[in-house]
Design a protein around this ligand. Sequence first.
Ligand code: ADP
Ligand code: MG
Length: 347
Amino acid sequence: MSDTLPRTELSSLGEFGLIERIASRIQLTQDSSVKGIGDDAAVIDPKGLHQVVTTDMLVEGVHFDLGYVPLKHLGYKAIVVNLSDVYAMNATPHQVTVAVALSNRFPVEAIDELYEGMAQACAHYGVDLVGGDTCSSASGLVIAVTAIGSAKKEDIVYRSGAKENDLLVVSGDLGGAYMGLQVLEREKAVFKETGAQPDLAGHDYILERQLKPEARKDIIELLKKLDVKPTSMIDISDGLASEVLHLCRQSGIGAMVHDQKLPIDPTTYRTARDFNLDPSTCALNGGEDYELLFTVALADHDKIKANPHLTIIGHMCDAKEGTHLVNSQGGLHPLLAQGWDAFLKRV
Ligand code: ADP
Ligand code: MG
């Protein structure tokens, strides 16, 4: 929290004053938002479409550390991680609700920062903040966001639709958010020990991946343009390995993932090496990349093969063959979901 902000105690506003303050800065932009903040519940017109609803919670000390995460970024990220789940259904988000538990150590100005970040994300993705809940917290900050989207019934993509021989495709690049976190943790430790100001130079890309992730709305639009409907899809929040296993389990098949094909940005690669970490392991198990992982029919190969935003990393196979990582010599290793938490503890 910045020390330069003026400090107005939350108690001077009260819960209703705070809600009014939040509501006064919000304008509805979506046709489907019939009623926003102010009544007992929001009203949404689904216009004959299927609705997609998802909730994610961010807990201080578990998901974020206010020692190095600015509140505006936190607000932005809280919205983005939820929208990512809606896009992963091949649907379009239109509304969010936000519940916050606040301790009185936050001044009103800090809440303004948090909501400013949320408002920026809402504006960027074209969604309305239509409601929420506010309560006090005896300890840390908790933010729960629910995102509501819609899609035609026939456009919705589930985790369970992958078929044998489908291509396994990932958007963007992997491992960056995890390496960004490593840099932030290192600088925090140095600051604690020596008081030295953080040295974040040269790490812009991976810091942005960690602090200001984006949801891949553009990939959903790209797939529509390419006339490709994935057979299954999931967003990468816990790490590629874990998400591949989800697709496999829910589709009842196996997969081969090629180690050499994993898309890794040069900055991520270099930083992993500096930290004595294997870049592939970071790409497989470092979480929070918020890229999309999906499968497409082999017949769609030509439509996606040369696209710079998409990388074919493997293919789906019979369940009996299992789920494996294939190395450059063709050796097979069972793909293990170490996930984000387990990975953090191991390092
Ligand atoms: P109730 O007691 O019926 O739950 P509230 O006083 O909590 O009502 O909420 C009043 C209105 O303000 C509702 O429309 C609710 O969705 C909205 N609201 C409450 N807290 C928030 C918040 N943190 N962010 C956005 N809207 C909120
Ligand atoms: Mg309430």
